[in-house]
Design a binder for this molecule. Structure first.
Ligand SMILES: Cc1cc2nc3c(=O)[nH]c(=O)nc-3n(C[C@H](O)[C@H](O)[C@H](O)COP(=O)(O)OP(=O)(O)OC[C@H]3O[C@@H](n4cnc5c(N)ncnc54)[C@H](O)[C@@H]3O)c2cc1C
Length: 497
């Protein structure tokens, strides 16, 4: 064991010239060096309960606690702390604050912005906050941030309820709910944040509070879209929503059908008036092979006739059927994105019009071809139609989603393999988003100033805060200042108020 420790410390401090350079530059900036961070990890280990864990790079469990959906988001931290109670998390954040050590907070690890849920210093994995408790008396569900949505739906299935969470397989709970949350029931109930009744929060000074509209209205407002600015959330109390069997599935189309899909998506957005019917329209290519898909969802065992005819009438593979909600979420195409680097960005449009979707199509074809020389790459553009009324369920919050300004997100995602190509694909992500926005403006959509609000969970890390939080930004800055005067949450990555 002692030998392992010596090896570990050597690896950490001496094995690369690069690391030594970093340490030197850290010291010259007045920051703390790696051996001090190791000592802080040990202090944490000594002070938390034996049920919570601290893992080091040679521990078997270390890598699963730091890994991410995109490998470009993973950092190798000095230690990975896995608390299992809010009390232990309170101790951890106090030690972090006293030592001003950079830290990361990871729930599901699906952020594609490097450093948003990772760090080279003290990593906190929320993995052990994995409770799902259905309370039938008040029709609420307590959901732990460390889960992925499949697990939540699976545990709620026997009670015939669900919550407003992720639409495709295995996305994390914590970041999803703290950013906003677009789900399959958004036409009916709004965003996830409109269905959250209370947060258990460990504040930056280590106090554990239950935040709801009565106890701390400002914090409650801030947490509804404000990500990790106000502390670390250990439990979400959400509305339990009735859940029957659903109807839907994944329809896959050949490239030759791409124009028909564009027309069908626009047609669906224009004509669908049924809040129980939703789709995701997905243009994907992997290493140049194209797979266009429609994921169709109807929130009842059978959809009324004609609901999805615009899609089923086009030549396709796959079928729509009656199934459990969980099975629909699991049916989403699992593309081979393992070991890929990646980025998302987003555009919000006020109308999923034909010129906009045609632009998405044209850019998809252009960038699929352009990415072929880069080997195994992913090009994935997602159009997300909702009813124009879907923001009417808005309960307000940090992320502006007012009924007076309904917006529809479009997601642009690239995946690639070599770090050397990072800038190429980051530029592509940004260029595609700008081109789609330009097409929407050319189409006559008024997206000037605060009219185009971008969804923080899809936004690239250099997105200005004002583009995501609009006129809420000043209030959010003052709430953050009140709850975090020592700027502890500045020590972790993410969009900072
Ligand atoms: C395949 C895929 C599908 C997606 N589908 C959807 C979708 O249908 N709808 C939608 O709205 N979004 C969707 N997203 C976006 C998703 O909401 C974000 O990627 C979100 O960050 C995922 O949450 P996470 O817990 O996995 O993230 P993480 O990477 O773990 O965290 C993201 C951010 O939240 C912070 N954070 C996480 N947990 C906590 C906590 N407990 N307390 C304080 N801060 C915390 C982190 O520090 C980090 O800054 C999808 C993403 C992917 C990759």
């Amino acid at each position: 064991m002692k030998l392992l420790w010596i090896l570990y410390i050597k690896l950490l401090l001496l094995s690369s010239i690069n690391a030594l350079c970093n340490i030197t530059s850290c010291n010259s900036l007045g920051l703390i060096d790696q051996s001090k961070i190791l000592a802080i990890c040990e202090t944490i280990q000594c002070n938390i309960s034996p049920d919570s864990q601290v893992y080091y790079p040679l521990d078997l469990n270390y890598s699963s606690t730091i890994s991410h959906y995109g490998i470009s988001s993973t950092n190798f931290s000095v230690c990975s702390v896995v608390p299992c109670t809010a009390e232990d998390l309170s101790i951890i954040i106090k030690i972090i604050g006293q030592n001003r050590v950079p830290f990361g907070i990871k729930s599901g690890g699906h952020s594609l912005n490097p450093g948003f849920s990772s760090t080279k210093d003290v990593h906190i994995s929320m993995l052990r906050f994995s409770k799902v408790a259905y309370n039938s008396t008040d029709q609420t569900v307590d959901v732990g941030p460390g889960l992925v949505w499949n697990d939540v739906y699976k545990q709620l299935q026997p009670y015939n309820v669900s919550v407003l969470g992720g639409r495709v397989s295995n996305v994390g709970v914590g970041g999803f709910l703290l950013g906003g949350g677009y789900g399959w029931k958004s036409n009916q109930y709004g965003l996830s944040i409109d269905t959250i009744l209370e947060y258990e929060l460990v504040t930056p000074n280590g106090t554990i509070v239950n935040v709801n509209n009565e106890t701390y209205p400002d914090l409650f407002f801030g947490l509804k879209g404000g990500l990790n600015n106000f502390g670390i959330v250990t439990n979400f109390k959400m509305c339990a929503l009735p859940q029957t069997l659903v109807y839907g599935g994944v329809l896959l189309y050949d490239f030759l059908e791409i124009n028909d899909i564009v027309n069908a998506a626009v047609n669906f957005q224009t004509n669908n008036q049924d809040p129980k019917a939703q789709i995701l329209c997905d243009f994907t290519s992997l290493g140049g092979s194209v797979a266009i898909s429609i994921i169709a969802f109807y929130d009842a065992p059978i959809a009324p006739p004609n609901t999805f005819d615009v899609f089923t009438s086009i030549r396709h593979l796959g079928k729509l059927q009656t199934r459990s909600f969980l099975s629909l979420v699991q049916a989403s195409p699992v593309f081979v994105t393992d070991n890929m680097r990646g980025r998302f960005h987003t555009i919000s449009v006020s109308n999923i019009s034909k010129p906009v979707v045609e632009k998405v199509r044209d850019l998809f074809i252009e960038y699929t071809l352009a990415s072929i020389p880069y080997g195994r790459t992913l090009v994935n553009f997602d159009v997300e139609p909702f009813l124009p009324s879907y923001f009417e369920k808005s309960q307000g919050g940090a992320y502006p989603h007012s009924p007076s300004n309904p917006l529809f997100p479009i997601v642009v995602q690239f995946g690639w393999q070599s770090e050397l190509d990072d800038q190429v694909f980051i530029n592509a992500t940004q260029t595609v988003a700008e081109a789609i926005l330009e097409a929407a403006i050319q189409d006559g959509q008024d997206l000037s100033g605060a009219k185009e609000i971008l969804y923080p969970n899809y936004a690239l890390d250099n997105t200005p805060l004002i583009k995501m939080y609009g006129k809420n930004l000043d209030r959010l800055k003052s709430i953050r200042q009140q709850w975090d005067p020592e700027n502890i949450m500045y020590l972790t990555g993410g969009f900072k108020f």
